[in-house]
Design a protein around this ligand. Structure first.
Ligand SMILES: Cc1cc2nc3c(=O)[nH]c(=O)nc-3n(C[C@H](O)[C@H](O)[C@H](O)COP(=O)(O)OP(=O)(O)OC[C@H]3O[C@@H](n4cnc5c(N)ncnc54)[C@H](O)[C@@H]3O)c2cc1C
Length: 327
């Protein structure tokens, strides 16, 4: 057994101060990902800072913005009345993830920070540039059925595993972050990164920073939104491909559309070109198909995941049809 120090904090400031004092320290929230990684030897923090007593569990509409604290559980967010009514896409995405027991423990901050499910990352006997930079990527010519088709690099073809984050990317959310100097805010779509030459970095959170909350502006997509998750089993499985789709329709005309995909890239993959194409057009099968072709531009597969080149556009069309039919 590897020894580590364990401390509890009750304020975000104390948590951030404590993190800054020790380079290998990590926050622990629900523990549903971090503990697995520690057991497998993927990570070995010398100090765990338990942040569960920091008061960041709020789910509250303030004016036109929904504030969700970093320690709100996935279950609490998914079942919250305002989320279900005004942001059903988020509720659906959360309920598509993991299992009821896991959602009761998993937190919003932890979900954003969860690591990839690439088998080479979890197996410490295998090469993996994300786990150990410079060792190579086992997946490129190995088992890559679950892997990315967009934004890959020579160093890494892993995908970001969260469902919640795909909905948040589609919903124009912002992330509020605390560091020793105060708070900063970034767009959710800029929080996670593409792998490039530094796949060990999943996101743009600095080593001395903590996620405080997520903010989502009210929108006009609630009536016509749908989260489609295609997976190997009906529950308790990560997405092969997922699509978060939200439409604002007037008659059959698309006034506004938001689209993001999961299971296809190292970060939630927002389909801005497809959105631009669809805006102002009629919500028809033909336009959905054209949008899906635009979305697939630049995609690349690696053998076992060739099927995603067909599954991804079909999923976009299906998610848009489902969103439209909610009216
Ligand atoms: C069997 C299984 C199936 C799963 N299936 C799915 C699925 O289908 N879809 C899905 O989306 N997820 C799935 N998950 C993942 C699950 O959602 C994540 O494990 C969970 O969301 C992580 O949250 P946590 O609070 O437990 O994080 P922890 O394990 O406590 O922490 C994870 C990381 O986040 C960091 N962290 C936590 N809070 C903060 C903060 N406020 N600021 C900065 N850093 C922070 C920690 O330091 C750690 O590095 C599954 C997990 C398991 C074990």
């Amino acid at each position: 057994m590897i020894n580590f120090q364990y401390i509890r904090t009750t304020t975000s400031k104390a948590a951030v101060d404590s993190l800054g004092k020790d380079k290998t320290a990590k926050f622990i929230a629900g523990g549903t990902n971090l503990v697995d990684l520690m057991k497998r030897g993927v990570t070995a923090p010398e100090k765990l800072i338990d942040i569960n007593n920091v008061p960041l569990k709020q789910i509250e509409l303030k004016g036109n913005i929904l504030h969700i604290g970093a320690l709100a559980t996935n279950a609490a967010v998914a079942e919250h009345a305002v989320v279900k009514q005004r942001f059903p896409l988020l509720s659906q995405a959360l309920n598509a993830g993991a299992s009821a027991q896991l959602r009761n423990m998993a937190t919003v901050g932890g979900n954003m920070m969860q690591r990839t499910r690439c088998g080479y990352f979890y197996d410490i006997t295998m090469p993996c540039n994300k786990r150990e930079p410079g060792t190579g990527c086992g997946a490129k010519e190995g088992y890559n059925r679950m892997h990315a088709i967009f934004g890959t690099s020579e160093a890494c073809i892993a995908v970001h595993p969260s469902d919640m984050c795909i909905a948040l990317a589609a919903l124009d959310a912002q992330v509020v972050i605390m560091n020793p100097k105060g708070e900063r805010k970034i767009s959710f779509v800029d929080f996670h990164r593409l792998p490039g030459a530094t796949p060990e970095k999943d996101n743009n959170l600095q080593a001395n920073e903590m996620i405080i909350r997520v903010e989502i502006p009210l929108n006009t997509l609630a009536e016509n939104s749908y989260y489609l998750k295609v997976r190997d089993r009906a529950s308790y499985a990560f997405a092969l491909v997922s699509v978060a789709a939200g439409l604002e329709l007037k008659s059959n005309r698309i006034i506004k559309v938001r689209l993001a995909m999961g299971g296809v890239a190292h970060k939630p993959w927002r389909l801005t070109e497809a959105e631009a194409f669809l805006t102002g057009k009629d919500a028809t099968e033909v336009n959905f198909k054209l949008a899906s072709e635009i979305a697939l531009k630049g995609s690349k597969s690696f053998g076992q995941n060739n099927f995603k080149l067909k599954l991804a556009p079909n999923s976009i069309i299906e998610a848009l049809n489902q969103a439209k039919s909610k009216a």
